[in-house]
Design a protein around this ligand. Structure first.
Ligand SMILES: *Cc1c(COP(=O)(O)O)cnc(C)c1O
Length: 348
């Protein structure tokens, strides 16, 4: 099976497992795990920020970060199909009493004016006050969309004037960095907090970090424990994170090339499904709205032929490339998808 459902399906390599086995560990709730401590320091430093906190999931890293920026009853703005709005099961409302308002976009692409147009800071005693904006880079459901650093910069300077904080959901910030060569530190310089994932394209089995100021990270540490996320000898997982950072960032360029190849193959048969020029990183979103089959039927047909992919909606398919899919498998997947698209769009 060629598994293109997500880059979360990657399995730790033998070398990563060796790093896991060799990790020095301690009780991280006491702050005693040297591998966790060094990973937190390393990731904070990568983004030029003061501190970081290791979490089991990216959702928890996002939720801890926005909890530090937005008080109960206040408002976080995010894009309509953002992970925070769509895929965290209402956690901001359930755990933190945060309300969200969303702005729509094309492919998740950030235009600073969109959130600024709906922002309502210091709204007084009768209306909800906006206190933070969340952006996503790369944008997952938008199709691995890379955000323009100029738009981020402008959003930063305008929102700062309004006293509004900025959070970056950087689950795949590594992909944005590799695709644009924008230094990681630059991303850190325009936001108040970042979440990053080690368990997507970087190939670790688990692990994310929330990155921010010392003060926010030490308060988030208390909330992580309160949520039941205090972990003990978790250096074995942090070691996988170190290994991922040491070895798996530059190779993301290969995943990007593979995604583009898949998009080109699909576009050749059914041009309306995807424009390959919009495929900048490791995610391909196919629009099946004119097809003879639904996305879930298409996914079932692909599965039968040995390709696993995600139906994200009735007419939307997502393919994600990653380090456990090689060039030969991409070619095989391309020809299987071409055949199915021909059946869905072209052949009588
Ligand atoms: C995967 C992902 C997350 C975190 O997901 P978890 O499954 O909670 O680790 C957050 N944001 C985006 C954009 C993601 O793709």
């Amino acid at each position: 099976m060629i598994d293109l459902r997500s880059d979360t399906v990657t399995r730790p390599s033998p070398e990563m497992r060796a790093a896991i086995a060799a990790a020095p560990v301690g009780d991280d709730v006491y702050g005693d795990d040297p591998t966790v401590n060094s990973l937190e320091e390393r990731v904070a430093e990568l983004f030029g920020m003061e501190a970081a906190l290791f979490t089991p999931t990216g959702s928890l890293a996002n939720q801890l970060a926005i909890r530090m920026l937005v008080a109960p009853g206040e408002e976080l703005l995010c894009e309509t199909t953002s992970h925070i709005a769509r895929a965290e099961l209402g956690a901001a409302a359930v755990f933190s009493g945060i309300t969200t308002r969303t702005w729509p976009s094309e492919r998740g692409l950030l235009r600073a004016d969109d959130p600024l147009a709906i922002a309502h800071p210091n709204a007084g005693p009768y209306l909800v006050s906006t206190t933070a904006i969340a952006i996503e880079n790369t944008h997952n459901f938008g199709g691995g969309t890379v955000q323009s650093i100029d738009e981020i910069k402008r959003l930063r300077s305008e929102s700062k004037k309004l006293g509004i904080s900025l959070h970056l959901d950087g689950a795949r910030i590594w992909n944005a960095h590799v695709a644009t060569q924008v230094p990681l530190k630059d991303f850190g310089s325009y936001v108040d907090s970042i979440s990053v994932c080690l368990s997507k394209g970087l190939g670790a089995p688990i692990g994310s970090l929330m990155v921010s100021t010392k003060d926010r990270v030490s308060r988030a540490r208390v909330w992580r424990k309160r949520y039941g996320g205090g972990m003990r000898q978790v250096g074995i997982l942090a070691a996988a994170g170190h290994y991922a950072l040491d070895h798996n960032i530059p190779r993301l360029a290969i995943d990007h090339k593979h995604a583009r190849q898949l998009a080109e193959a699909c576009n050749r048969i059914a041009p309306q499904t995807v424009n390959p020029d919009t495929v900048q990183t490791n995610i391909v979103v196919l629009d099946l709205s004119d097809a003879r089959v639904s996305a879930s039927e298409f996914a079932a047909q692909a599965r039968e032929k040995g390709v696993s992919l995600s139906a994200l909606g009735p007419t939307v398919i997502r393919l994600v490339t990653h380090l456990d899919v090689n060039q030969e498998e991409i070619e095989r997947a391309s020809s299987i998808l071409s055949e199915l698209l021909d059946r869905a769009f072209v052949a009588q």
